[in-house]
Each structure stands twice: as C-alpha cells, then as structure tokens.
Write a protein of this length. Sequence first.
Length: 247
Amino acid sequence: MGIAKDKGFINDIDEPIYKIFTSYKHLQTTEYKNITLKHLLTMTAGFSNENDELFQSENRMDYALNRKMIKKPGKSFNYDGGSTELLGAVLKEKTGMFADVFAKKYLFEPLGIKNYNWEILKQEGYPCMAGSLELLPRDMLKIGQMVLNDGRFDNKQIVSKEWIKESTSFKVPTHIENDNYGYQWWNITLNSNNKQYHCIWANGLGSQFIYIIPELDVVIVTTGYNYEFDSWAITTGISKYLYLLDN
C-alpha cells in the first residue's frame, strides 16, 4: 500500500471505500459510508470479524464487503483478516494488478526475493492477504532490514521514508497490554532487564515473526510450527535476553 501511494496509484488513505467498490451500493449508506482506507489499514473499520468464515468462503472479497457493522469506523481496534483481504482488492482496483503481481514487481524483485509461495487459497487471481504468503527466513529478514533502514535496501529506496514512519508508528491501542497497532504493523513494548524497547512487529500465526528494534539496530526473525500452544511465547524468551544486545 505504501509503494502504491508513493507511486501515485493511491492519492489519499482517507478515501472512503464506497468510492472504490462502487458496485456495492450498501457501502454508500449508514456507517458503511464512513469506512476509509485508513480504517482498513488499522483494522478499525467496524466490521464483524468473522475470520474463520472468511477463509472458508468461496468469494472472500464479497464476503468481507457484505459483513455487518458492529462498531462505528475508527472507534476501536478489532483484529480483522477481512480488512487485509480488502486491501488486496484496493490494490487491484487502483493499480490494475493483483497484490502478488504488484509485490513481485515493486517489492520482491527489488529485495531479491525469488523463492516464495503465494498460491495458497488464491481465488480468481486474488491471493489470500490475511495469511497465506510463504517466505524464507532470509527474505523475511530483508523486509525487516528495509523497514529498519527507513525503506532502503541495497542502496535503493524501496518504500518512502515517510510511509515507513507513518505506517509503523502507533495508530490505535489493541485489547492487549503493551501492544498497539499501526498500518498492518504491530507496535509492542519488550521489557528486558528493567528496560523497555520499542518494537515494530510482523506477527504471523504459529510464531512466524519479524521483530524490528530500531533502538538496538536489530532485526530478529523467528519461524516455527507453534499452532497448538501460545505462538507468542517466543516473545517472552526474546525479551528475557534482549538487553544483552544493548551496548
């Protein structure tokens, strides 16, 4: 989304989504008409978060757009894979490219990411945005390093410094202590040896994580198959010893 904005495909993240998905007339009514791209980015759109039903539906985009409103847009955070799915549809409407095609051209190739899989749960060309991209740890690290370096990688500006700052900064509190949200990035506080470290966090189910800790100039990548238990437990382990990296 940041690259699309940088390149002029997207002009305003405060644009209401009814202006993008014009065939869905209900989006022009009641609270629907107040949903913006920013609300999708921050998961504050107000939709009911039917994540399991969304994944099982035959048309995720249609399902996501037709859900009930349970809160006013912008009112509060509610983890919602449907909002992330809709961001993929926004990219298609704005750029003419599906999200995976756009990412390959403007993100993966500039980062030298070649070995990945985004075919799981694809529907009519739309890749699953809410959780299906498979990446190698070294390529997760490249994304983290790019964010740590204000959007630069290998002496190339991949994403603008302005977007990195805006998208990774605090936007809305979540229901979890010391855990806030930006634009599809988590903002967490890691407590280590009586000191606090701000962390930009990409959180994938099962302990597929990218921790970006600007204060320490550090990126940490974890992978695993921790689906049955507390997938966040590794964060506690990292926090316990993080202070050792502080010079």
